[in-house]
Design a protein around this ligand. Sequence first.
Ligand code: SF4
Length: 165
Amino acid sequence: MSERSSTAPVRSTLGPPEVEGVKALFQRERERILAYCTQCARCFQVCPMAQGDPALAAADPQRAVRGVIEILRGQDGTPEGLAWVQRCARSGVCEANCPEPISPKMMLRVAAIVALGQLGDPPRYAARQDPDLFNKVHAFARLTLTPEEIERWTVAPAAREPRES
Ligand code: SF4
């Protein structure tokens, strides 16, 4: 029988090397999203938070998604993209509407991390810096990520199944 048990305590605080590991996962996911997203905007069109905001509901969907992609590219992002990133409540309604191997919820999550300046980019909007952010992200991820999301986060792109053409 294995020494490890499912009831073994899990350390909740990340050390500096582990924080760097989580940042590396975000960077890897950032690059993967940039490689796959076609900016079709289906995720935005079904987002209840976007549709519940009069300014975002009236926004051009492609412009909103382009703004998020620009943030991920290290650019400023459109006002619509920044507003959508800040408004995301992780409903996950977008997930089933993406035709690509992307989690739009994760796309917005990574864009928020980038926009906060947590991956070394200039911050896109003023927010209180949280030195414990990656511990919170790590704990949140353990509670909320699906097995598919964990696979997306932790499997190197080169090791993934090739896309169908
Ligand atoms: S994340 Fe998916 S649904 Fe959203 S714009 Fe990109 S490809 Fe389209």
